[in-house]
Design a protein around this ligand. Structure first.
Ligand SMILES: CC(C)(COP(=O)(O)OP(=O)(O)OC[C@H]1O[C@@H](n2cnc3c(N)ncnc32)[C@H](O)[C@@H]1OP(=O)(O)O)[C@@H](O)C(=O)NCCC(=O)NCCS
Length: 132
């Protein structure tokens, strides 16, 4: 699993208990997964189809540094399944894990489109090129 993005837990990300608000974390993970799916499927139009059980294992507090990791687990015909983990950068303790996130690549009408990929890329070689 590669840990791409780091976040600094700020006051606006806290819940009433003074710890990291789950909703903020989910927004960050959804965005991270969308970017990952765009790079893997070579399609700017990807939508969240499924987020499986979310296990909040530990909390984070203001000032903590956290990092988000993703790995593709299955390339379908139009979909990509991923696994996610968020951990504390210093202690490496797991804050959250999600067993399955599914994104689907769609066309301009929102219809699923086949992506043709079966393996992970660690480059940006599938990124769509702007039209001349
Ligand atoms: C994503 C969406 C286009 C899929 O439409 P659909 O009619 O289910 O399309 P399909 O049945 O052809 O399925 C498309 C892919 O999604 C997968 N899929 C569908 N339902 C699924 C589910 N419940 N769990 C996991 N994967 C699922 C299918 O297996 C298929 O993958 P594959 O082509 O790799 O085999 C449609 O459900 C949609 O627009 N959903 C809203 C997405 C959205 O707005 N997300 C943001 C959240 S607010």
């Amino acid at each position: 699993m590669n840990f791409y993005t780091r976040k600094w837990v700020r006051p606006e990300d806290l819940n009433a208990n003074g710890s990291l608000f789950g909703g903020s974390l989910l927004r960050w993970i959804d965005e991270e997964a969308a970017i990952y799916a765009i790079i893997q499927l070579g399609n700017h139009r990807v939508v969240t189809k499924l987020i499986s059980e979310i296990d909040f294992q530990a909390s984070a507090r203001e000032g903590d540094l956290i990092e988000m990791g993703l790995i593709a687990t299955q390339f379908g015909r139009t979909s990509l399944s991923m696994k996610a983990r968020v951990r504390n950068m210093i202690t490496r303790k797991t804050i959250l894990s999600i067993e399955k996130i599914v994104f689907v690549g769609v066309d301009e009408d929102g219809t699923p489109v086949p992506h043709g990929y079966t393996t992970i890329t660690y480059d940006r070689d599938r990124m769509p090129h702007p039209q001349p």
